[in-house]
Design a protein around this ligand. Structure first.
Ligand code: DGL
Length: 252
């Protein structure tokens, strides 16, 4: 049985967790939600690296065989540092799914919703550069999306007006594929899809990240599928708030 450590600035990583559990339902999960330091979106890379190191130590101490950085912003800021500092530990990171979007667009315009930290990260800029000749990539920060999800507001008039403000500029520029570049955003997917309409496809990389986690576990010789499912929740913030949000966000 594998012990899978997962972390995010908050509950966004649960969108990855639920895909992991679908693919690997018999493992031991340890989820760390860094609520006391959320959001990461506008924090410096150095700040996020310090948090990522602290949380990595915590998860390793609890027996993690692998660490899923279920946060695009933390991946952009810290995964290279983590891999250099913990060469024996397998890390899985998030990346906005620009490649499948570039292959699938009919209008030649893809829209990326992410945090400011992710959009200015060198990894993202490099990936975007690879497709720049073929497609136009338009971007917007999902302003206020993280706060909505952390407050459990996943639909309704407030969610709708907040989502529309960041999504509409991408639609206006002709995007027919919207890439969700922040792990909080999939929880707003029904609202995003409603506003975008039927001609627009939304891409969430979480299922691909779950498959990559399985591949890495196998490569490292960690047995999977042999145990009993369990999950532990940890947070630097309010444990009751995390349990509440976990109940809303961990299914489906
Ligand atoms: N869920 C995170 C991400 O994927 C971080 C959001 C935030 O804390 O700003 O980018």
């Amino acid at each position: 049985m594998a012990t899978i450590g997962i972390f995010d600035s908050g509950s966004g990583g649960l969108s990855v967790y639920r895909e992991l559990v679908k693919l690997l339902p018999r493992e031991r999960y340890i989820y760390y939600s860094d609520n006391a330091h959320c959001p990461y979106g506008e924090k410096t890379a150095l700040y996020i690296q310090r948090r990522a190191r602290f949380i990595t130590e915590f998860l390793l101490d609890k027996g993690a065989d692998i660490i899923v950085v279920a946060c695009n912003t933390a991946t952009a800021a810290a995964i290279a540092t983590l891999r250099a500092e913990y060469p024996d530990v397998p890390f899985v990171g998030m990346e906005p799914a620009v490649k499948p979007a570039a292959l699938g667009t009919r209008t030649g315009v893809i829209g990326v919703l992410a945090t400011a930290g992710t959009l200015k990260g060198s990894k993202y800029l490099k990936t975007r550069g690879l497709y720049a000749d073929d497609v136009r990539v338009v971007e917007h920060v999902g302003q206020g999306f993280v706060e909505l999800v952390e407050n459990g507001i996943l639909d309704g008039p407030e969610a709708e007006s907040t989502v529309r403000a960041s999504l509409q500029p991408l639609l206006d520029q002709g995007a027919d594929i919207i890439v969700l570049g922040c792990t909080h955003y999939p929880f707003l997917r029904p609202v995003i899809e409603r506003i975008a309409g039927p001609g627009v496809q939304v891409i969430d990389p979480a299922p691909a990240v779950a498959r990559q986690t399985l591949r890495l576990l196998q490569q490292h010789g960690v047995p999977v599928g042999t145990g009993t499912f369990s999950v532990q929740l940890h947070t630097s913030g309010d444990p009751l708030a995390l349990e509440r949000i976990f109940a809303i966000c961990s299914n489906g």
